[in-house]
Design a protein around this ligand. Structure first.
Ligand SMILES: [Zn+2]
Length: 390
């Protein structure tokens, strides 16, 4: 039998109404108060918004939250993060992913694009949580937990236990941890198997300098030269690039994942918002791992992104509506998820925002309040794939 859920008395476009969800999708945005065979959710006092899509995470790194702070990226990775990760067991990763999924759902996120190890554990957590995810098979030259060949076998036999909420992607970590041969291999394997690609790119000044020294060109040009870039690529960070590189990313259809909190905390640099916007790049939003962020709250990342874009006096840059679109619709589109907007026929991923929360009052502008004033407590319910997950 078709599953039906009626959200009763919820605010949408300035008017309270009943919204019917049927078979995972918004069926009727102006439904009657009674619908046969439907279960009900009293949504009085809430407004509906699209849910959030986090396009760059390392979920189980919640275990490393607060473990090593206030130092630059390379020192942080080499002396603290990688040695710690060598000792993680699959049971640790299960626990870390559980904490991550709870934290993300509580802050309005229904999807995350992950890059980590022991992916069977994270898949199990996503399956049970009701969320969506793109789970990356992490490829590195020298990390003890990056076992690429084994995972390629896993891909060949894997079947999504959720019926469409999880997909596997290839995730070569970065150009400074993966050699050219493996990068090319990853791209070929991904494209043969209909998988997307997920990579850290142009994150720091030193990545750019090392690339110039080793390959005689900059990170974006290098990846383009070896045929890696395409509309199936999600590139995290993209901080250090020039106008021409921004144009290359746009032309190849690459999705950029902006991680403002991580970039600011690790001192990586300021995201070139205008450059990428003017080039016509698809920009989305990520939190990065909780060891660099130090949380997985994408709502908070929206606020940081919007404020960071205004530093230097350009207050008209990155208005609340635009950064909210990055975090919702653009993130869903990047992964071909038929959601990210509240519209009939689309998958029912949404948030019910508690308008009685003190931070939501008064409500001159719902999206502005959500981006600039709210916190997780303002989110009363989260729905993913038509089901209540919070
Ligand atoms: Zn990262």
């Amino acid at each position: 039998m078709m599953e039906r859920l009626l959200l009763k008395n919820v605010l949408l476009d300035g008017r309270n109404r009943n919204i019917l969800i049927e078979d995972k999708r918004f069926k009727d945005l102006d439904a009657p108060a009674e619908v046969a065979d439907a279960s009900y959710l009293d949504a009085s006092g809430t407004a509906i918004l699209p849910a959030l899509y986090n396009t760059h995470t390392h979920a189980a790194m919640t275990l490393l939250r607060g473990y090593a702070d206030d130092m630059p990226l390379q020192k942080w990775l080499n002396e603290y993060i990688w040695p710690f990760e060598d000792r993680l067991t699959p049971a640790d990763i299960l626990r870390g992913s559980e904490i991550a999924a709870k934290e993300m759902a509580a802050s309005g996120t229904v999807f995350f694009n992950d890059m980590y190890f022991d992916i069977e554990q994270t898949i199990d957590v996503v399956n049970r949580s009701g969320m969506r995810a793109a789970i990356g098979i992490t490829v590195m030259e020298s990390h003890s937990k990056a076992v690429t060949e084994e995972k390629k076998e896993f891909v060949r036999h894997w079947q999504d236990p959720t019926g469409g909420r999880i997909r596997l992607v290839m995730a070569p970590h970065a150009i400074y941890t993966v050699g050219e041969r493996k990068l090319r291999d990853c791209a070929v394997f991904a494209r043969e198997n209909g998988m997307m690609l997920h990579i850290h790119l142009a994150e720091t000044e030193s990545e750019k300098e090392d690339c110039l020294r080793e390959h005689g060109t900059t990170p974006v040009r290098y990846l383009d030269r070896i045929g890696f870039l395409g509309p199936d690529v999600v590139a995290a960070h993209c901080v250090h690039l020039d106008d021409e590189e921004a144009a290359i990313l746009a032309e190849r259809g690459v999705t950029v994942s902006h991680c403002p909190c991580s970039n600011m905390k690790l001192g990586s640099g300021i995201f070139p918002y205008r450059r990428l916007m003017q080039a016509g790049c698809r920009i989305t939003l990520g939190t990065d791992g909780a060891s660099s962020g130090n949380n997985l709250d994408l709502r908070e990342a929206m606020k940081f992104a919007a404020l960071l874009a205004k530093v230097g006096g350009r207050t008209e840059q990155l208005p609340a509506e635009e950064v909210f679109r990055w975090a919702s619709r653009a993130g869903a589109e990047a992964f071909g998820i038929d959601a990210g907007v509240i519209a009939e026929g689309r998958l029912a991923d949404c948030l019910l925002i508690d308008l009685s929360d003190i931070r939501m009052q008064p409500c001159h502008n719902l999206v502005s309040n959500f981006v600039y004033a709210a916190d997780s407590r303002c989110i009363r319910h989260v729905l993913c794939d038509g089901k209540i997950i919070l």
